[in-house]
Design a protein around this ligand. Structure first.
Ligand code: TRP
Length: 330
């Protein structure tokens, strides 16, 4: 059987080159080797307040970016989480087998809760909903970044607990894809991962940034006190710029060394900016074409939800039967 890959992304903030080089670009490359489901998790996004109009447009923006980046909708499913009611339904059923103590240990909950004045219960339940996303489709592989590993581990724990209470029901998801993405760091702060939610104009290059802005952000990137590229002694800022270039170009280490050794930082940045702009240009062009035809985009989302709904509904039905919950007789 073809392994099923599932991943999710929140429709908040702006997709950036870190998302592309670390995840989306790889999904595009490997999508045909798997049965792929890419979820736009709007129910997760509302665990912190979102302006309704922005949320509405973000979902479509992300879907269009997936397509523009090369996700093939005839093969891979792009699914808006809320369009498949089974996500929320399974989340409740799983909530009832999840000890609060497990959720209290989640470091992301602790960090997010500390940043909120009023902490919604949704924020606490966030990892259960994520477990539901994954277990609903019996996904085999869930490619996520380091920051989501604890949530994935929890999904496995919940699956295991359910299986032992009610009998074998859920597949255990693994994490790794054969292709490991680049880890792109913040351009203003090269010791922390580039983030969708970080504010500050010099932090990230968004996939939809115009060329002048891309150039400006990269030219202002933090480097170190050296003046030219030295592969032995470079700091995290220079390393990050080289990483970005290499991930976009697919150059070998030898090619990178031969080309960049001794290069002045200003010239390095110029070349990273040019490379980035040239790689984002075709994506931006396709994005413009796709968003010019809203009916097309709607049809992709509709098809995606329709295609996965039978699997999702079958899982919920099985879970209900196992738990003794009422199910309508067919
Ligand atoms: N929590 C993930 C993040 O913020 C997004 C997510 C939601 C997800 N559901 C998922 C990722 C299911 C993988 C699988 O990055």
């Amino acid at each position: 059987m073809t392994p099923r890959v599932l991943s999710g992304i929140q429709p908040s903030g702006n997709l950036h080159i870190g998302n592309y080089l670390g995840a989306l670009g790889n999904w595009v490359k490997i999508q045909h080797d798997y049965e792929s489901i890419f979820c736009i998790v709007d129910l997760h996004a509302i665990t912190v307040y979102q302006k309704p109009e922005e949320l509405r447009s973000k979902v479509r923006e992300i879907a269009a970016l997936f397509l523009a980046a090369g996700i093939d909708p005839r093969h891979s499913r792009i699914v808006v989480q809320s369009a498949v009611a089974a996500h929320a339904e399974l989340a409740w059923l799983l909530t009832c087998v999840t000890p609060m103590g497990w959720l209290e240990r989640m470091t992301q909950f602790k960090a997010k809760a500390a940043a909120q004045e009023s902490v919604g219960d949704g924020l606490f339940q966030y990892p259960v909903l994520m477990a539901a996303d994954i277990l609903l489709y019996q996904a085999n592989i869930v490619p996520v970044g380091e920051d989501q590993m604890q949530h994935l581990e929890l999904a496995r724990d919940i699956a295991q607990r359910f299986n032992s209470l009610y009998g074998d029901t859920f597949t255990m998801p693994a994490t790794r894809l054969p292709l490991v993405g680049a880890r792109v760091m913040g351009l203003d702060e090269p010791t922390t991962k580039m983030s969708k939610s970080a504010s500050g104009t010099g932090h990230a290059v968004a996939l939809l940034d115009p060329p002048e802005r891309i150039k400006k952000t990269i030219m202002r990137a933090t480097t170190d006190s050296g003046s030219g590229v030295d592969f032995e002694t470079m700091g995290p800022g220079v390393q990050n710029l080289l990483n970005i270039f290499q991930a976009f170009s697919d150059w070998t280490n030898d090619q990178m060394k031969a080309h960049f050794s001794g290069m002045r930082y200003g010239d390095l940045k110029k070349q990273v900016a040019e490379m980035t702009i040239s790689k984002l240009e075709p994506i931006q062009k396709r994005y413009a074409d796709i968003t010019a035809d809203p009916a097309y985009l709607e049809s992709i989302l509709k098809d995606g939800a329709n295609a996965v709904r039978p699997t999702a509904d079958a899982t919920v039905r099985l879970v209900k039967e196992r738990m003794g919950i009422y199910t309508e007789t067919a």
